[in-house]
Design a protein around this ligand. Sequence first.
Ligand code: PEP
Ligand code: MN
Length: 341
Amino acid sequence: MIVVMKAGAAKKERDAVTRRIKELGYTPHIIHGTTRDVIGAVGDERGKSVLQTLESMQGVESVVPILQPYKLASKEVKKEASIVRISDTLAIGGKELVVMAGPCSVENEEQIIESAIAVKAAGAQMLRGGAFKPRTSPYSFQGLEEEGLKLLAKARETTGLPFVTEVIDPDSVDLVASYSDMLQIGARNSQNFALLKKVGQIDKPILLKRGMSMTIQEFLMSAEYIMSEGNQSVILCERGIRTFETATRNTLDLSAIPVLKSKTHLPVVIDPSHGTGNYRYIAPMSFAAVAAGADGLIIEVHPDPEKASSDGPQSLKPKKFQALMDKLRLFAEAADKTLGA
Ligand code: PEP
Ligand code: MN
């Protein structure tokens, strides 16, 4: 249920409402709007009608049911787009188009530092790199783990770029959070509910990837798992879904951008690298994503893709990434976004 407070309702009235919501066995989430606050009361769907009694409380304008199964992620609760803060100077979901770039995996110090310097020079605002890798085969490179996190931190120190890196199990969430600026939940883990709940309890932004066979509704339910634990800083990432098509690694669903934008206030980022699996297709899909309203891109860039430990065929060389970024500015402008100076 959503409790819509009157414009100008007093804090004391809002506090009384949140107290009453708790007494009724539900969890209140306050969402500050431009003219009024709303309070999302989430919990057991059965018996939610008791919340209707809140309508008689001071300062309450109305109590309305949230029709979608996802509540906090829904536009019904919050109409304005959410802006997720990454650092004092960087946020995703606002006017600035945010590009995250770097290798699939952190391999060694030279590789990650060289990548970070190159993507920064091209205009990326964030570094990406996997330290814990969820690989299809147990015999493939599994990542440098904590050593990889240390190298990412070193790359951040060198370039000033904040970084996003994947976390693959609940036990390592605190470790990954202690190093990184944003945690990624990968496609293979996007319905790992124990992991989603755990990242919902930390105070770092989460880049949630869409699962390979996930519907938009399931995707938003996974975001809801994180948000219902308290963490509202969720960014959705479309990274391609499985279809009958084999010419590309996945089928990048760019229609997910306007569809998600119609259903949720959360920012939407596109990953054309996993979405296509081929470096030749990254630039056109990046341009299309920005034209369709994406808030950001996450792109794999490697100084020497032929030698990459993972995802070499879809990784751009720094020069090609630079060319992409130069042209991307025009698309960003056309979409009323800014990209760098
Ligand atoms: C990755 O970002 O390297 C990755 C493994 O992505 P996904 O979970 O989308 O496959
Ligand atoms: Mn990858």
